[in-house]
Design a binder for this molecule. Structure first.
Ligand SMILES: *Cc1c(COP(=O)(O)O)cnc(C)c1O
Length: 370
């Protein structure tokens, strides 16, 4: 699905030098590289604060911890996403309220979101799934009307840009109160282990989240709030510093591969290509087809025999996950998410796909379909 090896070989000299520097200085935790990367990312995103943390899940958890929510407060999140989004809500004793998504873009359905708001709703966590921003203009307006926080899950969408109706262009994760991303190796900006970051333009929340990520501490060994231990290490920051310089070029490669797939499949009505939003650029963390009347396991097997991986993101929506079973939800409640889980198939998507590989993949898919 990804080719991290070829990507690494192209930047090997720079990356190795950065890692060696960390080893030579033995500044493994909170070293200069972490601050350098933080500032480089603040400038790339045009955001006031980047707070590097241990991973994307921690980023979401720390963001929620900073909002002073009470047990039972409701947090709305889409049911068609990776589990981390709802997991942290549940772990903090808050109530995950799930909503359906849009069939075309896979992102949170505005209609479904509006219906889910109650007097107990405190926050919305939209997920910019597969690399394309959700309808943030609508989400921010609903949040404002109802006095809700917005925490963007930008774990799959770093580098994607949203255009507001007044023409303002804002980076993914920098529109709501807080944005969260992950540097897991296969993410669009991936390091060589675990990593994540929080973004915000709110000085007060930034200070609070920095403290929470550091055991609730501002003055050493004085703990004002209950915190966690979550930090990006210097070796990961050294890798990310190099890779951030290539992020635009990485996003362009992904987009070019997606364009190739789109064109190859355009005329086939059994393959529904992903809808491009009019208000957001797409950085294609995943290229996800919707299969129309095709036997998905058979297609997957056919491709596997030709050496082509294809994955199902995500096979079970959150409301049907065993750990999240809840008397509020049953099968049929979120028909779009359920339909998507039954028909999606993601093809290989990364920065190093060659024309030959893309031709081989598309020809193989079409051979099965037609
Ligand atoms: C990857 C991912 C996360 C979690 O990130 P980790 O760094 O693996 O903890 C959260 N939400 C979404 C949508 C993701 O894709």
């Amino acid at each position: 699905m990804v080719d991290l090896q070829s990507q690494y070989l192209k930047i090997k000299t720079e990356v190795n030098a950065g890692i060696q520097e960390v080893i030579d200085t033995t500044a493994f935790i909170k070293g200069g590289k972490v601050i350098d990367f933080q500032m480089q990312l603040e400038s790339y995103l045009n955001v006031s604060h980047v707070i590097p943390v241990g991973n994307g899940t921690d980023a979401l958890q720390i963001a929620l911890m900073s909002l002073d929510l009470k047990p039972g407060d409701e947090v709305i999140t889409p049911t068609f996403t990776f589990i981390a989004t709802a997991e942290v809500v549940a772990l903090l004793g808050l109530k995950p309220v799930l909503v359906d998504v849009d069939f075309g873009t896979f992102n949170i359905s505005i209609e479904s979101l509006k219906k889910a708001i109650t007097p107990k709703t405190k926050a919305i966590v939209p997920v910019h799934l597969f690399g394309q921003n959700a309808d943030m203009e609508a989400i921010l307006s609903i949040a404002k009307e109802n006095n809700l926080f917005v925490i963007e899950d930008a774990c799959q969408s770093i580098g994607s840009v949203y255009t507001f109706s007044d023409g303002r262009k804002v980076q993914s994760g920098c529109m709501g109160d807080i944005g969260c991303t992950s540097f897991f190796p296969s993410k669009n900006l991936g390091c060589f282990g675990d990593g994540g970051a929080i973004f915000t333009n709110n000085d007060e929340l930034a200070a609070k989240m920095r403290s929470i990520a550091n055991h609730g501490m501002v003055v050493r060994y004085h703990h004002d709030v209950i915190g966690v231990n979550s930090r990006l290490d210097s070796i990961q920051a050294a890798v990310l510093e190099v890779k951030l310089n290539h992020l635009e070029e990485y996003s362009s490669s992904r987009l070019a591969a997606a364009d190739f797939y789109d064109q190859a499949f355009a005329k086939n009505d059994k393959l529904i290509t992903p809808t491009r939003s009019a208000t957001s650029s797409h950085v294609f963390h995943q290229y996800t087809l919707k299969l129309n009347g095709i036997n998905r396991p058979e297609l997957q097997k056919f491709l596997a025999n030709k050496g082509i991986p294809a994955m199902i993101y995500y096979p079970v929506p959150l409301h049907l996950q065993k750990a999240y079973q809840d008397e509020r939800y049953t099968s049929g409640d979120f028909p779009i998410a359920e339909k998507l889980s039954d028909c999606v198939l993601s093809l290989p998507m990364h920065t190093e796909l060659t024309k030959n590989q893309l031709e081989y993949i598309t020809e193989s898919v079409l051979e099965f379909v037609s």
